[in-house]
Every structure is written in C-alpha cells, then in structure tokens.
Design a binder for this molecule. Structure first.
Ligand code: NAP
Length: 477
C-alpha cells in the first residue's frame, strides 16, 4: 500500500525521521498515512529553538503578528477542501462538519488577528507623590499546546492563534490519532512566512512530550485540551516547576427540555448537540432530561428521527454519523449500552454496532435510564442519547448540577423568566438556551469545576498567553 508521508515543521525546516506514526482511517481500519516523530531530545531542541525565536517575535508589533494570522487564514481558506477531507479521513466525522470546522478555524484566526491589538495595559493613579504606576501585559514565552483528536484543527487553532497574537512562540502536539490536519496546518503556517521557530510541530510519545514540556523551565506554559484524567496528571506534573496550565477538559452536559419548549426546536437541538461529531464532542448532550408533559411526544419524534440518521464513511454522501475514533471507543460505548439495558433502560433506536467494518455504532436512543449507571455519571463520547424524565424545575436543576463537570449545559423553553433563572443556576462555563451550538470566536469558552482552568476564545482567550507586569516609577517631579 502507498502511504502519504508527512514531515514535521521544526525550527523552519521540514524534518523526517526513521520512526513513524501510522495514521488509520476509522471508517475502514486501514492505515493510509505516516508522520515523522521526535523523541524527547527532539522536543527539548524544539523548546530551545522556540526560546531563540521568542527573542525577536515578542518585539514585533501586534499589527504585524495580526497580518501573519490573516495570511495563515488565507492559506487555510485556499486549502479548505483538502483540509476538510483530511479531518474527515483521520477523525471520521462527516465531511460537511469537517468543512464547518475549517470555517470556524479561519474565523478564530481572524478574531485573534485583531485581539492582539487590544492587549491593553493601564495607567493607575498613584497612592504616593512622585510615583507613576503602569500595568503592562507581556507574552508568557514558549508555549506547549496539546490538542485532542475530536476537533483536531479548531481546538489546536484556539491555542495557536491567541498565543501567536500575544507574541508567544508555540510548539503544537496533536493527538496521535489525528496528526494530519496539524501537518497541513503547519504547511499553511510555513506558507504564510512565519519566522522559523515561532511555530513548530511535534509528534511522538505523549508522555515524553508532556514530560519535557512540564520539566523544561524554558517552556513557560502548557495549554491542554483533552480528558480530565490527563489534565489531572499535568496538574500533578506541574507542581514541581509551577508551569502555568490552561486546561480544557471533559464534560457531562445536561440538556433540559421543559413542557413549554417548542417541540421541533428541542428535537432539532438534541439531534445537533448529541450527534454532531459522531457524539464525540466535549459539549455533547450527555444527560437529556425531558419534563413529564412533553416526554411522550418528544421521545416519539426523536426516535423516528434517530432511526432515520444515515450512518457511513464521513466522506460518503449526506452521511450524518461517521465511525467512532477507534475500537476501544466502540467497545466502551457498547459497554455503556449493555449496562444501561441490564439496569432497565429501553432501546428505542440503535443499540448495537453498525456493519462489520470500521468503528461504527448505530445512533442509539435509550429511555428509562436509571441515574446510577455509567452513562449518567461519565462522559459518553458516542452517539448514544440517554433520556431521563423529570417533574419539576427545582428537581432537575439539582440533578443537572450534580456532577464533577461543568463545561456546557442546555435548556429548551419558551418562558423568558425561566430561561434566565435556569441559565443563571446551571453550573457550566457555557449555557445554550434553545441553542445547541453556542461556541463562537467572540465569546469565552471553558469549564467550571473539573472541566478545566481558564477560558479560550472571546476577549478572554488571549489572557492565557499574557503575563501582567506592574512598573512603578518613583521620584517623578
Ligand atoms: P486525551 O487522551 O486526554 O488526549 C488529549 C491529548 O493529550 C492528545 O494529544 C494526547 O496525545 C495527549 N496526552 C495524552 N497523555 C498525555 C500526557 N501524559 N502528557 C501530555 N499529553 C498527553 O483526550 P482525548 O481522548 O484525545 O480527547 C477526548 C477528551 O477531551 C474528552 O474528555 C473531551 O471531553 C475532552 N475535550 C475537551 C474539550 C474542551 O474544550 N473542554 C474539547 C475537546 C475535547 P496522544 O493522542 O498521543 O495520546
């Protein structure tokens, strides 16, 4: 089989290696590409090259850095179809959704191209005569960016764009399942003419790369998106060096549909927030609570719609649901279903593997799910909609907040008073009211509780890459 070959962008050069990472298509289990890797010494070298590049990059103007980001966006736009195809091939998501991911990535680049110019400091009135106080904001330094496989392009861009805009230099480590979109992004960045060492790409053992980023004092910051489990291990590792961390971790999003909701809007919203990205989204609906009065009608319409979803290779025509990322994800999902069914849940759609090739799960609807099972307690990360019935607003809000996670939450209602009450009570960094896709470049995104530290996007998104310095000048006459 002929495999596509990808190199790494290190200190302005495209480097190959003997040891390769093989990339597999989750739709058919076939390997189709190889990527060069680095060992720990290679990561160490990348960090010192990034530090050397930082010396001049930090002195460029925000305007000039913004121009680079706009050029990267232009390069990405010119390869949008190729990039979407790569995302779909390595991750499995339907092509239309991959195109949406590319479009959102371009929008993030353009947003941070402007935000760099708004990294304001301030002048503070003095407490003592003859003093002047300035507060300035400076780039943190060398940043290690670690991205997951579920949105391999856009979640890397949420780190790279603000870091570059702030004047930091960045080393990106993509997930091993999905390094190709990162390689293609590196080609865009190289074509945009960024100076060597300002952006570098490393692929290899996650634990070695993570350890070097944590233990090397030149790497000042790690921005991580991934599981809460790995996030906790980074926190433990950062204890020795006090390396600054931004963490975007797991979720367990509740969706609450009240009796007064618009039924069609709620059904459409559940389909999007549950099944987008094959159910593998950190803000996916995990626990769907439906109020008594609308329950039967909504479940009937929802099961008809779910039974009609088209499953297949993400590159196929009008596919709604692609494969899960790997066999382990498929067997975990089947385990969630088996456990729920054994505990009394009813399968209204799907419930089993789809086909005999690739990692496909038939989109599943479970009702009468008891709350003690794992799919209620843990992140499902698969196209399984688990439905729970509730009676009162007070009761459902208590249950919705009864989780260690707090990334996203949703409610469907036409009562404006209830909308505000519920939005303000839900413990989550993002709340969608009648809105299944709330994230946008210009608003902050991040988690409460064990869903993370800090915020990406919005005007807050650049804060993670800036240090605040107070300059006090005395003796001014
Ligand atoms: P993961 O296993 O935690 O991996 C995420 C990234 O961390 C990958 O690049 C992985 O590399 C790397 N990694 C693994 N072990 C590491 C270590 N010891 N040190 C440093 N890096 C390490 O998560 P995932 O399975 O890819 O992603 C799914 C999880 O991410 C879900 O929990 C989801 O909710 C969460 N997520 C959160 C957000 C958010 O914004 N809050 C967004 C998307 C996803 P390898 O691939 O090489 O192992």
């Amino acid at each position: 089989m002929i495999m596509d070959n990808y190199k790494l962008l290190l200190n302005g050069e495209w480097r190959d290696s003997e040891r390769k990472l093989t990339v597999t298509n989750p739709a058919d289990g076939e390997p189709f590409a190889e990527v060069a890797t680095v060992d720990r010494a290679g990561v160490k070298q990348a960090i010192s090259d990034a530090a050397a590049a930082f010396d001049s990059w930090k002195g460029t103007t925000a305007q000039s850095r913004g121009n680079y980001l706009r050029s990267i966006a232009t390069e990405l736009q010119s390869r949008a179809d190729l990039m979407a195809r790569l995302i779909s091939l390595e991750n499995g998501k339907p092509l239309a959704q991959a195109k949406g991911e590319v479009a959102m990535s371009i929008d993030h680049l353009l947003w941070f191209a402007e935000e760099g110019r708004r990294a304001y400091g301030r002048v503070v009135p003095p407490q003592a005569e003859g003093k002047r106080h300035l507060v300035i904001r400076q780039p943190v330094g060398v940043v290690g960016a670690i991205a997951p496989w579920n949105f391999p392009l856009v979640l890397a861009i949420r780190k790279i764009a603000p870091a570059l805009a702030a004047g930091c230099t960045v080393i990106l480590k993509p997930a091993s399942a999905t390094p190709l979109s990162a390689c293609e992004l590196a080609r865009c960045i190289d074509a945009a003419g960024l100076p060597g060492g300002v952006f570098q790409l490393v692929v290899g053992s996650a634990s070695e790369i993570g350890a070097e980023m944590l233990e090397n004092p030149i790497c000042r910051k790690i921005s991580f998106t991934g599981s809460t489990e790995v996030g906790r291990s980074l926190i433990r590792g950062a204890a020795d060096t006090c390396t600054e961390l931004s963490l975007e971790l797991g979720g367990n999003a509740p969706v609450i549909v009240f009796d007064d909701a618009d039924l069609d809007q709620a059904v459409e919203g559940i389909l999007i927030t549950k099944f987008r990205n094959n159910g593998q989204s950190c803000i996916a609906a995990n626990r769907i609570y439906i109020q008594d009065g609308i329950y039967d009608r909504l479940v009937a319409v929802l099961s008809e719609k779910i039974n009609g979803l088209k499953v297949g290779d993400g590159l196929g025509d009008e596919v709604d649901i692609g494969p899960l990322i790997d066999e382990r994800a498929l067997s975990t999902a089947l385990g969630f279903i088996d456990e729920a069914v054994a505990a009394g849940a009813r399968v209204m759609a799907g419930g089993s593997r789809f086909g005999d090739k690739g990692n496909f799960l038939a989109p599943t609807l479970l009702t009468d799910v008891p709350e003690h099972v794992r799919c209620h307690q843990q992140e499902i990360f698969a196209p399984i909609a688990a439905i729970y019935r509730f009676e009162s607003e007070e009761q459902v809000l208590k249950t919705a907040n009864d989780t260690e996670f707090g990334l996203a939450a949703y409610a469907f209602t036409t009562d404006l008073n209830r909308a505000f009450r519920v939005a303000e009570t839900l413990e989550a960094g993002t709340v969608g009211i009648n809105d299944p896709v709330p994230p946008t470049s210009n608003c902050p995104f991040g988690g409460f509780k064990q869903s993370g530290w800090g915020r990406e996007l919005g005007s807050e998104g650049i804060d993670a890459y800036l240090e605040t310095k107070h300059i006090s000048i005395a003796g001014i006459t």
